[in-house]
Unconditional design. Structure first.
Length: 381
């Protein structure tokens, strides 16, 4: 059964109710006020397209006119200084208009579910979308006094929500939407701008995430310590410093034409590609299918798998924090940042342990904390 949500209400079969029946499992988009598991989202099937983009021709004109009416009502309230987002829209907008809007939205949603092919990994993609949408609905705390005076004007009116886009990148790696706080591109010297709502930030960051994924796909065990130090000692037999070893490893990793017998013996990229790359298509362990040429195939495989592995672990931590004062604040590539309340100190080791234990084995994780995002220091727990 199809349903749509409106603020803290549910539109179902022409009625506005307070809950989602078990029989209602398909809707267009996520609503953080109704974080139900098992819900399927039309926007995920369309890979982020808008309702108007996928509206069937038979109702497109009616949908266009209905949208115009809804926008006109919104503008009329804004004109007199009222914010519809802070009002019970279902009580102040004409019910006939609300009914028409969500009836049409349901019809578009049904059209999508009936005509778009559901992917084998759709459950996982729905979970990622829900996780990203949950974060996107949260306000982040900005403190301009933590950055140089001459830069404060630039960030005075910066958006205060991190709006992730899980659909734009070919590998599934998160990007941000227009109108988002620029968390993914924020320079390190400006990170102090972001403060926690609770006591502090706690950051969990995989050690050498992509190389560990590479190692896992080569069916090698994960070293317990720093991976770059392990490569310097075990692969290059101590011939190079950690930094020099790191440079040589990445130079080989990102250039498929470059050869290195010592690295190939451990990482075995030829064997990996034989398993995961066929007929111009990468199929990742998470079920993503990505078109690629020979030059990009390995990079796409590693980046996509690492991103999905990180998100899988991040969602596990998010699940652990349900009902607690701490919450996931945002993510930056392979780094998870928690807005941490000291009441939850008793579970911090469990959080770290949960994050480290992946489907590919234990990924060593660096943990840091700070009063703002620019003051993160290594933690020993």
């Amino acid at each position: 059964m199809y349903f749509q949500t409106l603020q803290n209400k549910v539109f179902l079969q022409g009625q506005v109710i307070d809950y989602i029946p078990k029989s209602a499992t398909k809707t267009w988009e996520f609503n953080p006020k109704f974080p139900t598991s098992g819900t399927k989202y039309g926007i995920v099937l369309t890979e982020g397209q808008g309702l108007s983009d996928v509206c069937p021709a038979t109702i497109s004109k009616e949908w266009e006119n209905c949208q115009k009416k809804m926008k006109a009502f919104v503008k009329s309230f804004q004109h007199v200084g009222c914010d519809p987002a802070r009002m019970n829209v279902h009580t102040v907008f004409p019910f006939d208009l609300i009914n028409q809007y969500f009836t049409l939205k349901n019809q578009i949603c049904q059209h999508v579910f009936e005509t778009y092919e559901e992917k084998e990994n759709s459950d996982f993609l729905n979970q990622i979308y829900s996780f990203c949408s949950k974060i996107s609905g949260q306000e982040i705390k900005i403190n301009l006094s933590n950055i140089p005076f001459h830069l404060r004007k630039k960030f005075k009116d910066v958006p205060t929500k991190v709006k992730y886009n899980p659909f734009k990148s070919v590998t599934g790696r998160l990007t941000t939407r227009k109108g988002s706080f620029p968390i993914l591109t924020l320079k390190k010297e400006l990170r102090g701008l972001v403060e926690p709502h609770r006591a502090c930030f706690v950051e969990l960051d995989f050690n050498a995430a992509e190389l560990r994924t590479f190692l896992a796909l080569a069916e090698q065990e994960q070293p317990e310590g720093d991976l770059h130090s392990w490569i310097a000692e075990e692969v290059f037999e101590g011939k190079y410093t950690r930094e020099k070893s790191k440079q040589k490893t990445f130079a080989w990793f990102y250039n498929p034409e470059k050869e290195n017998k010592a690295l190939e013996k451990i990482f075995n990229r030829k064997k990996i590609l034989q398993r995961w790359y066929k007929d111009g298509i990468i199929t990742t362990p998470f079920g993503r299918k990505i078109e690629a040429d020979d030059h990009h195939a390995l990079n796409y495989l590693i980046q996509s798998t690492t991103s999905d592995l990180f998100l899988e672990q991040a969602m596990k931590v998010d699940k652990m924090l349900e009902g607690r004062r701490s919450n996931v604040a945002f993510t930056i590539h392979d780094s998870l940042v928690i807005d941490f309340d000291l009441e939850d100190m008793e579970i911090i080791k469990s959080i770290l342990g949960r994050f480290e234990e992946t489907r590919f084995g234990k990924f060593k994780t660096n943990i840091a904390g700070g009063r703002n995002f620019g003051q993160m220091k290594e933690m020993n727990i």
